[in-house]
Design a protein around this ligand. Structure first.
Ligand SMILES: [Zn+2]
Length: 97
């Protein structure tokens, strides 16, 4: 039976998915019986899920697209009628008529 301290340690390491089958099983057993550790795990996993959402699985930041894609989007925005000939810095400017 794992102690809460061991469990907490495994949880923070286990999110890397490098636990052996048996360690995972004892961890699950402990989590099934211990609310504190279950809450801790939920917290850690939520954090990691949030990090994955923010930075992506490969650590790339979203919003960093290739220059060509950005250029195409700019062109499409220009073609869509907004700012023909004029250069508005922000499309959808609240001050625009
Ligand atoms: Zn515990």
């Amino acid at each position: 039976m794992l102690s809460c301290k061991q469990t907490a340690e495994l949880i923070s390491r286990g999110v890397d998915g490098r636990l052996s089958f048996w360690v995972r099983m004892s961890l699950r057993l402990h989590l099934a019986m211990c609310r504190g550790c279950a809450a801790y795990r939920a917290q850690i996993e939520g954090l990691h899920a949030a990090l994955r959402l923010r930075f992506g699985p490969t650590g790339r930041t979203p919003g960093k697209m290739p220059e060509e894609t950005r250029r195409k989007i700019r062109e499409a925005l220009r073609r869509s009628g907004k700012g023909e000939g004029e250069s508005r810095p922000v499309p959808g400017d609240p001050d625009s008529p």
